[in-house]
Ligand binder design. Structure first.
Ligand code: KE4
Length: 429
């Protein structure tokens, strides 16, 4: 299998684009080799510039719950484009989108559309600060909430993969208001609370962490976190950019039966187009301009094309709640196939899965927080990655990410993936 065309394109890209990519985690830095340039996707598969076919498990890092280019999203876009691309005015589709989010995500009473997950989390934190009049907030080591300065402190995903969890360029002043606790460790939260009494505006957390690999939050831990935030009038923000509409129609908060004060959303709600959103209690959201003093804005927020794709995606979810049963069956099938392979090669690598987001860690201890995730053998992951790629399986090019199963993945795809997994481990170990 040649990837010569991708190599040529990558050399060309590096002349004009930092690192040759528009998002670092795509660059294959942690797994080695050159990234593949993809030309098109259909269903569970996409194809590189040399014509190689891959069963795709990144799904654009989460958006493709239904696989690549599902007809109902493509047709919605083709219809919308006939009317133009953007007006910078209110459009009816924004109302339909907001109604769908309010209907499907139990804690959201009002919602503002933005253009990325980063915009969603930075805006949610700003309104939490405006609402409480406080400045400090708590995040958790290994969680990733996008690349706003205040979140690039001990962050996950690409920041962790590239070894810069705390990025240069983030000022001391900014970092001073970011307090970092340990995931699944309520005592670490209580210590920060005690040391910063009355100064905390918010706690932001991925209710299922997907940016240090997949690490589910312990339900008791989250319930205690909810209790503390309610008692201390701290705004609890669930960052559901990845988990929203992924682990359930109502996100992780539906599965956990815990309601945050604010939720941030992205990925799936754009149907593959750039969309983010933040929403929650009206008493908080009503503080946002133009009715309230907390400023937040966006030229292309609520863009007609993005809304058309997002409304198509969320309408499909609303009309087909059974899709989550299908995803659970397929994801469990894949997980069990991987576990059988691990038994075959005599390895007890940790498999974490929540619904259709899953991760195999090259670590034989349980992975419940950043420190245990960080013990993974990332060098071995890199070798495994290329073994799978050579067999036509495209995983996240980094250990500290998630793999996603879509409704488009067939049992035949899963069987091929399980076989490639078995062959790859056998070749490596
Ligand atoms: P974006 O700004 O990349 O749209 O969203 C940031 C974000 C916020 N919150 C969570 C929980 C997220 O997972 C993300 C983005 N996820 C990564 C994948 N781990 C995006 C991939 C990338 O950086 O290219």
């Amino acid at each position: 299998m040649t990837t010569e065309k991708s190599k040529q394109l990558f050399e060309e890209a590096k002349k004009y684009i930092p690192g040759g990519v528009n998002s670092p985690v795509r660059a294959f830095k942690s797994v080695g080799g050159d990234p593949l340039f993809i030309t098109h996707g259909k269903g569970s598969k996409f194809y590189d510039a040399d014509g190689n076919e891959y069963i795709d498990y990144i799904g654009s890092w989460g958006p493709h719950l239904f696989g690549h280019n599902p007809p109902f999203i493509k047709n919605a876009l083709l219809t919308a484009i006939e009317n133009g691309t953007s007006f910078g005015t209110p459009i009816e589709l924004e109302i339909i989108m907001a109604e769908l989010i309010v209907e499907l995500v139990r804690s959201v009473e009002k919602v503002r559309m933005v253009n990325s997950g980063t915009e969603a989390t930075m805006s949610a934190l700003r309104v939490a600060r405006g609402y409480t009049g406080r400045e400090k907030f708590i995040k958790f080591e290994g969680c990733y909430h996008g690349h706003a300065d205040c979140f690039l402190i001990k962050a996950g995903s690409g920041a962790l993969t590239l070894g810069v969890p705390t990025s240069p360029g983030v000022t001391k002043g900014n970092a001073a208001d970011t307090l970092v606790a340990d995931y699944n460790d309520i005592d670490s939260v209580k210590r920060l609370l005690e040391a910063n009494s009355g100064e905390l505006a918010a706690v932001i957390i991925e209710p299922v962490a997907g940016n240090m690999g997949v690490v589910p939050a312990n339900k008791e831990f989250l319930k205690e976190l909810r209790k503390i935030c309610s008692e201390e009038n701290i705004v609890l923000i669930f960052d559901e950019v990845m988990t929203g509409f992924r682990v359930a129609a109502g996100g992780a908060q539906e599965v956990l039966n815990i309601s945050p004060d604010l939720s941030t959303l992205g990925k799936i709600i754009g149907g593959g187009l750039p969309v983010g959103a933040f929403g929650g209690k009206s008493e908080i959201m009503d503080l946002i301009a133009p009715d309230g003093p907390v400023y937040q804005a966006g030229t292309l927020s609520g863009n007609p094309l993005a809304m058309a794709a997002g409304v198509a995606a969320l309408s499909y979810i609303k009309d087909h709640p059974e899709l989550y049963d299908e995803l659970e069956k397929k994801s469990s099938y894949l997980e069990n196939g991987f576990k059988e392979n691990l038994d075959l090669v005599g390895k007890n690598y940790t498999m974490n899965r929540v619904g259709s987001m899953m991760c195999m860690f090259f670590a034989e201890e349980p992975v419940e927080d950043f420190n245990s995730a960080f013990k993974s053998d990332t060098e071995l992951y890199g070798k495994y990655y290329h073994q799978m790629l050579q067999r036509g399986i495209y995983l996240a090019p980094a250990q500290f990410e998630a793999m996603f199963v879509s409704t488009a993945h067939s049992i035949d795809d899963l069987d091929k993936t399980i076989e490639a997994h078995r062959e790859s481990l056998t070749a490596l170990l």
